[in-house]
Design a protein. Structure first.
Length: 417
């Protein structure tokens, strides 16, 4: 009996030993798989943190204040410790660096770190190349987002104000180009004997033969084609912090000089009034900008004016705007989101400057002489208008504190190993 019990005990030990030998590898395998699973999970979490760091940097570049980060514009850095999930659990840390944050091609690098085991961590790094989009509000002599209409005997050409006045010493060119984003029939309509010394562009994928129409004896010396892409017309934010000037009114035949920037409820020049601008000034006109007949807005040589318009713009007949300096780059007029409807430059007016009003319709009445460039929603030139596009306006790729700076876009996005 004792021998049988001893045999059973020995057999049980053998069986238990055998089972233990079978179970231990399984347990080790399970443990290893758990560790691999955890490491894989932590690695994905680290990658997510790195990508979150990149997104944070791009947002700060486009909409925030990356100048508050450590370092200088050549290299900005920010560390985010103990980043938490929405439930409050700590995921890990993020280290972000931005090279050339104010340049045309910033580079963002972000590393996510997650605690793995003890003092060990799992890290993943993402490197992203960016490109700052540029916008040229005046790369055409005339650009109408929805349409352009030219009445009889309109003439359009080009010149370069950096070389002197229009027509002097042969300063006349054939780059008076016009364009639209529209593609429908007659989106660009040239009537009577209109002469375009330049090229005409309809919207992308449009048919130039139908979208651009020359009626009567009108002609275009350059080509007629569809644009390669739609031209963006971003909003214009009004300036902030300008001193209040209230309502400005200059009576008939009166004269005045302005040398400081200001925000005006309305800006009104009565008939035959003359206002002279000295220095580099900015006006924000919330209401109406009105120039009565025969009034004059003078910009002295060496001075410049930037005007933001919220309400309306009207130049009566025989008015003169910036005809002293005769440099269109010294007068820039921007229409904000509130600047809508039809805005008029009346007959026989003379204008030197550039207009960018993406939501407004601009009408330039008969016999006007316009030196510069117009970019608006819809543009109409009445009979005998002359438009002389100033090619010097192409220097304004991004107008600081005027047209909203377009965001940096992603050129490349890759993990760094």
């Amino acid at each position: 009996m004792k021998e049988e019990q001893g045999f059973i005990l020995v057999l049980a030990v053998i069986i238990m030993t055998f089972m233990f030998l079978l179970v231990v590898p399984f347990l080790l395998k399970v443990s290893t798989e758990q560790e691999l699973t955890k490491k894989s999970f932590d690695s994905l979490a680290a990658l997510s943190l790195a990508e979150a760091g990149v997104e944070r940097a791009i947002w700060e570049i486009n909409h925030g204040d990356i100048s508050s980060w450590s370092g200088s514009s050549s290299l900005r850095t920010k560390n985010i410790s103990s980043f938490q999930a929405s439930g409050g659990d700590i995921i890990g840390d993020i280290q972000i660096s931005v090279e050339d944050s104010l340049g045309d091609n910033p580079v963002v690098e972000a590393t996510g770190s997650v605690s793995y085991f003890g003092s060990l961590t799992v890290t993943r790094t993402v490197r992203v190349g960016l490109e700052r989009e540029f916008y040229q509000p005046w790369d055409h002599g005339t650009f109408g987002g929805s349409s352009i209409i030219m009445d009889s005997n309109v003439v359009m050409d080009s010149y370069d104000s950096t070389l002197g006045e229009y027509g002097v010493d042969g300063n006349v060119g054939s780059e008076g180009n016009l364009g639209t984003n529209a593609t429908g029939y007659d989106s660009i309509s040239l009537n009577g004997s209109t002469q375009i010394n330049g090229s005409a562009y309809c919207g992308p994928e449009g048919d130039p033969s139908t979208a651009i129409q020359t009626h009567g004896s009108s002609s275009i010396t350059g080509g007629q084609q569809a644009s390669s892409k739609q031209k963006r017309m971003p909003s214009v934010p009004p300036p902030e912090g300008l001193p209040s000037g209230g309502d400005y009114f200059l009576g008939g035949s009166d004269t005045d000089t302005i040398s400081q920037s200001g925000e005006y409820s309305n800006f009104y020049l009565d008939s035959n009034a003359t206002v002279t601008i000295t220095g580099d000034v900015t006006f924000y006109i919330i209401g109406d900008f009105f120039m009565g007949s025969n009034s004059t807005f003078v910009i002295e040589s060496g001075s410049s004016v930037t005007i933001y318009l919220d309400g309306s713009f009207f130049m009566d007949s025989n008015t003169n705007l910036n005809n002293s300096s005769k440099d269109p780059t010294k007068l820039l007029i921007f229409g904000t989101d509130n600047f809508i409807g039809t805005q008029t430059i009346n007959s026989n007016a003379e204008f030197y400057g550039a207009i960018y009003a993406p939501n407004a319709d601009i009408t330039i009445d008969s016999n006007c002489h316009f030196y510069g460039s117009v970019s608006a929603n819809r543009i109409e030139y009445n009979s005998n208008v002359q438009i002389h596009y100033d090619k010097a306006l192409t220097q304004f790729e991004i107008v600081q504190a005027a047209v909203e700076e377009l965001p940096c876009i992603v050129l490349s996005w890759q993990e760094k190993f």
